[in-house]
Design a protein around this ligand. Structure first.
Ligand SMILES: Nc1ncnc2c1ncn2[C@@H]1O[C@H](COP(=O)(O)OP(=O)(O)OP(=O)(O)O)[C@@H](O)[C@H]1O
Length: 357
């Protein structure tokens, strides 16, 4: 941010595509290890706001903005994907301008006193996030970093829509003829340890099922609170996190699922039965969530927690960053002090205390 070559507040940004016009940099929204995100206003009307993700041209250990631009362009007209506005580069940085969104689901959840959403909100969020994954997958793309910080709410009239963000780990799983690509013999450990699918822990190629497996961990966290392995520092303990994920499929299953709608048992069973080339049965998973809502007399059209409590959105802006998408293998190689990789405060670990004793 102190680098004068990088965008500065007040500066005018003029994307190469002339039809989108010019923008003024208003402030920094996020400053991370791999990218910075800025708030922009239209030069002609600063009240018309946008977000701009920026990545350095030189010295960036994980250049991904090209991927973000590719996916946003590909998904541009789809519900729940930020509208792509324009992109460009200077000798110092690349940038991508897109629709401005509200806070992410992780910040919203951690802004609540109970650190979990109401069941009404959590189930609606679970359904919408699954629908986003279905859309992404049906466009031939995998996310490979499904987690609450990568979903954000829309602004104002779009506050009930959950958007998918951050495609830095996306990958095509079909070739140009639409044929499913064969798995490579080994793949990098990708994504975020907390939610990584077991295949990723084992350095196997990921498939659609693996995004849905990560979605499942996220869904459990949204409904029940912080995951029981959240306190483990993934860089050093990722093998133990894998063992946790295996344990909840064996003797730990009942305890793990306690307090969640009973349909979560069927959901996990169905996810685990999907093989590498299969299309997950999104319809079945969504119908199970709807069935859970029906049994709990939940109205799936009811206002969401942040629509009922406007303070929550303001509070979420103050909650710290969490769970950056650090490429696990890079972290381990560097063995640096990036201890935020799995930086979850075990505030509501209480819920899962049974395993600590
Ligand atoms: N369109 C947007 N509108 C509002 N905020 C955004 C938008 N895009 C990104 N952000 C904010 O910037 C943060 C980082 O964005 P993103 O996850 O795309 O970048 P990243 O470099 O991959 O970050 P990380 O590695 O931490 O996941 C998001 O968590 C969100 O708070």
């Amino acid at each position: 941010r102190d680098d004068p070559q990088m965008p500065q507040v007040g500066q005018i940004i003029e994307p190469h595509t002339t039809e989108v016009g010019s923008f003024r940099v208003l402030r920094v929204i996020y400053s991370g290890p791999f990218s910075d995100v800025y708030l922009l206003g239209k030069k002609t009307n600063v009240n018309e706001k946008f977000a701009m993700k920026v990545e350095r041209q030189v010295g960036n250990i994980r250049p991904v903005l090209k991927l973000d631009v590719f996916v946003l362009r590909e998904m541009n007209t789809q519900t729940g994907f930020p509208r792509f506005i324009g992109a460009g580069q200077t000798p110092y940085y690349k940038y991508c301008i897109m629709e401005l969104l509200g806070p992410d689901l992780s910040k919203l959840r951690r802004s609540l006193d109970a650190k979990k959403f109401s069941t009404t909100t959590a189930l609606q969020v679970c359904i919408q996030t699954l629908q986003r994954l279905e859309t992404l997958h049906d466009h031939g793309l995998l996310c490979r970093d499904v987690k609450a910080p990568n979903f954000a709410i829309g602004l104002e009239s779009r506050a009930s829509i959950i958007y998918m963000l951050d495609f830095g780990f996306a990958r095509k799983y079909k070739d140009k003829n639409g044929v499913l690509m064969k798995p490579r013999p080994a793949a990098a450990l990708m994504g975020t340890f907390l939610y990584a699918p077991m295949a990723s822990h084992k350095r196997e190629e990921q498939c659609r099922r693996d995004d849905i497996e990560s979605w499942f961990y996220m869904a459990c966290e949204l409904l029940k609170g912080t995951l029981p392995w959240a306190h483990l520092y993934g860089v050093e303990r990722h093998q133990l996190i894998l063992e946790w994920k295996q344990f909840i499929r064996g003797s730990g299953r009942k305890e793990f699922l306690r307090g969640l709608p009973q349909q979560f048992d069927h959901i996990l069973e169905r996810i685990d039965s999907v093989s590498f080339f299969d299309r997950p049965d999104y319809r079945y998973l969504i119908s199970q969530l709807m069935f859970a809502a029906e049994q709990l007399s939940i109205d799936l059209k009811a206002p969401l927690d942040w629509q009922k409590n406007k303070r929550l959105v303001r509070k979420a802006h103050w909650v710290g960053e969490l769970g950056e998408s650090n490429m696990a293998s890079d972290l381990m190689r560097e063995n640096s002090d990036l201890s935020t990789a799995n930086d979850v405060t075990p505030v509501d670990v209480e819920t899962w205390r049974v395993w600590d004793s």
